[in-house]
Design a binder for this molecule. Structure first.
Ligand code: GAL
Length: 384
């Protein structure tokens, strides 16, 4: 499959990168598909490798992806690898051995899938890196949300909620970021930090623990328990003397759950600190209704599966892939060829969806997606 050349507009080096998926060294990402097959699905099989079922969202992603691909006539092999990278390599290897036509992979560790990715490249199986970027040039395309913007929205929420532009006092805060193995985690954190840095520098915001570098605030596997333990330690060490905590910026909902628990058990102040999150997990939406968590950045993963299916179909049919793919569905999405690199110098063509802020005041935004419904005072999934 040849992708459209943008020759003439671009330098040779850029063309080499852009026409060839993330790797830049092959122009054929779809040769495993039967080229005569222009109908949907048919006898083709898609292997979907998800990281874990222990975080709510991946259960939703797996279900939506399976449903989308099956509805379009594909056979689906879906695996969860229990947050174990070795197991994910194994799961993907099994799919390659079963001769799947395309792989959709959400990596546990973006840097630990080289063996499986090299085998996929040898077998000429196209790979869509799903949500989290795999740092290997065998990846054909990346589908995700604008990860930097996720963090930016969290930071901007804090700026507005505390009216930091006009603040005459110092607000105290802490950070909890995500899993260092997850390529997204750094983007989320950087997005938030870049917004808040100016207020930290000006003294309007104070990180009382002093822990601001990514490695100090990161949370392996996005674990709720790990986030809880660290938050309890910080509260015990820096806030036990009555120091007021105003904000705890958490990169996602599973860590926000741990931080919220620590605040409930170990914080003696009477104010309700702002707690941010990401994903719109049901437990966190309940905390938002109850005023325990303040906001979440919602990413409609049903839409993410729609975009992934459209991209997979285009790859398998050998179609030209560019920004026009975004016109084939009613979902806001950008084609981005510069923001994400699988290896240095190899930009990965990416389709990036748009995240949204959800607070207590706009929970109906979720109901409007059709994926959530009210169950008394709280929201539940319509899939239940
Ligand atoms: C990220 C993902 C987030 C969140 C987190 C924890 O990679 O983009 O939505 O789910 O992992 O699983």
């Amino acid at each position: 499959m040849k992708k459209k050349l943008l020759a003439g507009l671009l330098t040779t080096a850029m063309v080499a990168t852009m026409v060839a998926g993330c790797g830049g060294n092959t122009s054929d990402t779809g040769s495993n598909s039967s080229s005569s097959n222009t109908s949907d699905g048919g006898s083709q099989t898609v292997g979907i490798s998800m990281p874990t079922q222990s975080l709510e969202r991946w259960n939703r992603d797996g279900e939506y992806l399976k449903e989308q691909f099956e509805k379009a006539g594909y056979k689906v092999e879906l695996t969860y690898s229990d947050n174990d990278s070795g197991r994910q390599v194994n799961d993907i290897q099994n799919m390659i051995a079963a001769d799947v036509d395309l792989l959709v992979v959400a990596a546990i560790d973006g840097a630990a899938l080289n063996t499986a990715m090299d085998e996929a490249a040898d077998a000429e199986i196209p790979v869509i890196s799903y949500d989290r970027l795999i740092l290997n040039d065998a990846v054909s395309y990346y589908v995700s949300f604008d990860n930097y913007t996720v963090g930016k929205l969290q930071g901007e929420y804090v700026v507005e909620a505390l009216d930091l532009e006009n603040a005459t006092t110092t607000y105290n805060m802490e950070f909890t970021a995500g899993d260092p193995a997850d390529n997204n985690a750094g983007y989320f954190y950087q997005g938030a930090y870049d917004v808040l840095k100016k207020y930290i520098d000006a003294g309007t915001l104070k990180v009382v623990s002093g822990q601001v570098d990514f490695d100090s605030v990161a949370t392996a596997q996005w674990s709720t328990d790990t986030a809880l333990d660290r938050a309890q330690n910080i509260l015990g060490s820096y806030y036990a003397d009555g120091t007021q905590l105003d904000v705890w910026l958490c990169s996602n909902d599973s860590t926000a759950l741990g931080v919220a628990q620590a605040i409930q058990s170990d914080y003696s102040g009477t104010n309700k600190p702002i707690i941010t999150g990401q994903d719109g997990d049901i437990a966190n939406l309940k905390n938002i209704v109850d005023g325990i968590q303040t906001m979440t950045v919602y990413k409609n993963v049903s839409n993410e599966s729609v975009v992934t299916l459209a991209l997979a179909q285009a790859i398998l049919k050998g179609e030209t892939i560019d920004e026009s793919l975004c016109d084939t569905f009613d979902i806001e999405c950008a084609y981005d060829t510069t923001s994400y690199s699988t290896t240095e110098g190899h930009n990965c063509p990416s389709f990036l969806l748009v995240p949204a802020v959800v607070t207590k005041d706009n929970l109906d935004y979720l109901v409007d997606t059709g994926l959530y419904e009210w169950d008394g005072d709280y929201l539940k999934s319509t899939a239940e």
